[in-house]
Design a protein around this ligand. Structure first.
Ligand SMILES: C[S@@+](CC[C@H](N)C(=O)[O-])C[C@H]1O[C@@H](n2cnc3c(N)ncnc32)[C@H](O)[C@@H]1O
Length: 267
């Protein structure tokens, strides 16, 4: 297999075509928004809060936050690539093209900073976290949601593709992590990163369900396969076979887990 053509700090889907990337982000949203909203509700986001959403992607959580904080609150939604949030058109939302690893942010400004599936992409995640923490007012909350791809496993071992799927997926995400495309196993470590960033009252949660080929979670993985193939971590014949398995409604598997971790900036 060829070496990856990607630089470590480039976002792995940065050059993906509009329609495909919009759909991939939509699949992430429909799979993971219920849990994100549950966690955001549980930590108490409400009217008048001033929120920062980093790496907002397709913007569903930005929209939910904007509805929840109301017109007396506000949401700043940032992304390297604002093509899917530029036209969000809500009066309490400011969209900002911003690189969390390089560009300055206001300090002591927000009640909440949220990101999902962002820090997994950075080797310099401490830089991003420090910037996010400094943007909070004392007493403000950070909540981060990051993945653990080790949970992806076939559930029905009488299915002819189960053994192949488990083998190829576990090799693939180990390679993705070793070659620093993203850290596929970072989710459970997030509470430690938050503690090292100086936050207090740290909490965490995670969730899993039974996914099927052809559903939205499988759709997200299916659309990621050609990207990983183009980066040289997945052979074409494996990408094709995985796309077929992930389209097969009779194929049941555990999805990748999303871990949330949250903490409070000390007063
Ligand atoms: C996997 S997507 C997740 C999108 C969204 N948070 C969600 O969960 O629906 C990661 C997002 O992070 C953005 N991103 C990647 N690197 C970034 C950086 N250095 N600064 C800001 N955003 C970045 C990407 O453009 C993309 O929109």
């Amino acid at each position: 297999m060829s070496e990856p053509v990607q630089q470590a700090e480039a976002y792995f889907a940065e050059t993906t075509a509009d329609d495909s990337e919009r759909q991939r982000l939509a699949y992430i949203q429909s799979s993971f928004d219920p849990k994100s909203i549950q966690d955001l509700t549980r930590i108490g986001v409400g009217p008048e809060w001033e929120c920062l959403e980093v790496g907002a992607g397709g913007g569903s959580i930005t929209r939910w936050l904007a509805m929840t904080v109301g017109t007396s609150g506000r949401v700043v939604a940032t992304d390297l690539d604002t093509r899917f949030i530029a036209d969000i058109g809500m009066p309490n939302v400011e969209v900002r093209r911003h690189n969390i690893l390089e560009d300055e942010l206001e300090t002591d400004a927000f009640d909440l900073v949220h990101c999902r599936f962002l820090l997994t992409h950075f080797e310099d995640r401490e830089i991003a976290l420090e910037r996010m923490v400094n943007s909070l007012r004392p007493g403000g909350l950070v909540i981060v949601e990051e993945p653990d791809f080790s949970t992806i496993k076939a559930l029905d071992h009488s299915h002819p593709d189960s053994e192949y799927f488990d083998n190829v997926m576990s090799i693939l995400f180990k390679k993705v992590t070793d070659q620093k495309i993203f850290d596929a196993f970072i989710g459970p470590r997030m509470p430690f990163y938050l503690a090292n960033a100086g936050l207090s009252r740290i909490g965490s949660s995670g969730s899993l369900w039974v996914a099927s080929g052809g559903d939205d979670h499988a759709g997200h993985l299916r659309l990621s396969m050609p990207i990983l193939e183009s980066m040289g971590v997945l052979a074409s014949e494996d990408a094709l076979r995985l796309v077929n398995i992930l389209s097969d409604k009779s194929f049941k598997f555990t999805p990748f887990a999303s871990y949330s971790a949250w903490g409070t900036r000390r007063a």
